[in-house]
Ligand binder design. Sequence first.
Ligand code: NAD
Ligand code: DAU
Length: 350
Amino acid sequence: PQPLSRVLVTGGAGFIGGALVRRLLVESSAMVFNLDKLSYASDLTSIGSNPRHQLLQVDLVDPEATMAAIKRADPDLVFHLAAESHVDRSISGPGAFIESNISGTFNLLQAVRAHWEQLPKERQEHFRFHHISTDEVFGSLGPTGCFSETTPYDPRSPYSASKAASDHLVSAWHHTYGLPVVLTNCSNNYGPWQFPEKLIPVVILKAVAGEPIPLYGDGANVRDWLYVEDHVEALLLAATRGRLGESYCVGGHGERSNKQVVQTICSLLDELRPQGAPHAGLITPVADRPGHDRRYAIDPTRISSELGWRPAHAFEQSLATTVNWYLDNLAWCEKVREQAGYRGNRLGII
Ligand code: NAD
Ligand code: DAU
């Protein structure tokens, strides 16, 4: 592959996009343009200031602003991560997911296509558009089996339906207009800097505050957990070496039930922050998420065999790293949750 020179990351002020931007700034000499509308889930603290990082504060729902941002960045590689990402929010307010994830992706594809079509031939040949998606587009598994690239789409939440729609748009732009695209569908990420509305940070912060830890339904739903740095590694490989028009499933063989995850965090906190009673006593079953997918699991054979990707982080070890990180960064959690205007509901820490 060509050395990276001008890279555009959408959603680079979010959790995974931020990890990708940091990695690009360290491991490449590329100019990194970060297109993000700066939503409640955004924070740029982890990126800091770097002359090779430029924020383009743009909402993808605005086609003209999106077009202008692509012209300004003049990229050779686009990673598209910007999206509304939280399933519970998609249930209470699906409209924003349709706008950002579907219309936003459409506007971006149109802008990127216009850009790509006018590139000189040698730049055109190396250009890539990498769409970052989720395993949730495949629906829900029974007790056995895994999702793979050939699993039929069967999204069940407004979030996953909007991501499925965006995947189809990206594939259509490849088949119809020849846009050189690669897609990845990844399982649940965890790690530092994740906005504290997702399961792992919610559990840590509730436990630290001595408040009830909400466990949806019977707690037996299974997710395939992947450390965010392993996801970033997969993104870099797929974007630069993946086959055009193909999708790659990314997952860490990290299947755990929610109950297991919550109990492991409580045990870690019993060691790190002993209090009178075990933290597990705070675990509180609450009403289930409507349409709650039962189990996700990924078969990563394609990305492993074609691109040599393997997760480098073991779940229990990196979960401990993550718990320690949150304990050391409670002030950051407080800041971002306040910025987001969280006032407290049954999902929140707050
Ligand atoms: P996040 O919510 O932490 O960050 C998303 C970022 O996108 C935010 O900074 C937000 O401001 C930006 N954004 C949203 N709508 C936008 C718009 N209309 N215009 C410009 N910017 C906009 O999300 P994340 O967890 O980092 O996920 C990133 C991507 O990876 C998403 O596409 C998500 O579907 C996908 N994904 C996430 C996971 C996971 O476990 N978190 C797993 C697989 C795939
Ligand atoms: O699978 C990939 C997806 O993982 C990504 O596409 C999404 O962007 C990301 O948000 C994540 O979706 P989930 O719904 O799986 O993540 P969440 O952290 O919201 O929930 C994980 C599991 O924990 C899920 O089964 C619901 C449950 N849960 C969640 C919260 C917030 C609880 O039991 N209690 C909670 O308080």
